[in-house]
Design a protein around this ligand. Structure first.
Ligand code: ATR
Length: 272
């Protein structure tokens, strides 16, 4: 139900990806636009031809775009300017159209770091990052910016090695996770994600006196998060990062403070 009316001056934002049918972005951004009575609308576009889609953003003067799998890396080549950390990461998830010039940002890293910094000071903390895919890359660069003592563990060790060599940090196989006693443990692998909800990257008895952050947000509470809580660890659920990255996008597009609680409620209600 829209309370504002779409008019000839409505600004359009969109998510582009493939597949995109299950994205929660239209739901949360439209709810936030409505809440602040902003004359914006948000749609999802399944995009196969990325270069043409970016030409479309310019030609149709879309205000902002959220970029998802599989376009986060390739789109870097088609934009006018990229924020510094995103350049290093080599991937963006947010486009802002400023009078025809397209700027690229990566709010995955900043959304994750914001969620962590709400719980802990990051500098010099022993941090073990599980996974070496796209999300791990973004978070690893953010952690390095903040001066953590980082180790990257991944099932495919070669991928951990490549990322670790860019960041000058330690790496190893995922099976080594139980030999560390980190201050912070971050899961970016898909272990525990719906429908494999009984999977977890580490046995419960090794979750002791650490902050555990799982970027998986479906289910809302993964087995990893539940077991960490049962052992008295501080935890961060994936939904926090998901909301933070969306809130930062919203602020880049509108210049207004995002209604974070409302956005979170919409997602939690949808996933519950
Ligand atoms: P994302 O964009 O979410 O990071 P991705 O780039 O496909 O997605 O990365 C998925 C990550 O989950 C990788 O680190 C992957 O490990 P590999 O590099 O060995 O493929 C990890 N992953 C996926 N399924 C896994 C499983 N069953 N066990 C362990 N790691 C897994």
């Amino acid at each position: 139900m829209r309370h504002t009316t779409i008019t000839a001056t409505t600004k359009l934002c969109a998510i582009i990806g493939n597949p995109v049918e299950h994205s929660l972005s239209p739901l949360i951004h439209n709810a936030a636009f409505e809440h602040l009575k902003l004359n914006y609308a948000f749609l999802a576009f399944k995009v196969e031809q990325l270069r043409e889609a970016v030409m479309g953003i310019r030609a149709l003067n879309l205000k902002g775009v959220s970029v998802t799998i599989p376009h986060k890396v390739e789109i870097v080549d088609y934009l006018d300017d990229i924020e510094e950390v995103a350049q290093k990461i080599g991937a963006i998830n947010t486009v802002v159209n400023q009078e025809g010039r397209l700027f690229g940002y990566n709010t995955d890293w900043s959304g994750a770091i914001k969620a962590l910094e709400e719980k802990i000071e990051l500098k010099n903390k022993k941090t073990v990052l599980l996974g070496a895919g796209g999300a791990a890359r973004a978070i690893a660069y953010g952690l390095k910016e903040k001066g953590t003592d980082l180790t990257i563990l991944n099932r495919t060790v070669k991928k951990a090695e490549v990322l670790a060599s860019e960041l000058d940090c330690l790496y190893g196989g995922l099976e080594r996770v139980e030999s560390f006693k980190p201050d912070i443990l971050i899961n970016t692998t898909s272990l525990g994600m719906y429908p494999q909800v009984d999977d977890t990257p580490i046995r419960k008895e090794f979750l002791k006196s650490m902050l555990v952050f799982d970027i998986v947000y479906n289910p809302l509470k993964t087995r990893l998060i539940r077991e960490a809580e049962q052992n008295g660890c501080a935890t961060i659920m994936g939904v926090e990062m998901f909301i933070n990255q969306a809130a930062l996008q919203f602020e880049l597009w509108t210049g207004k403070k995002a209604p974070v609680e409302l956005m979170k409620n919409v997602v939690v209600e949808k996933l519950s």
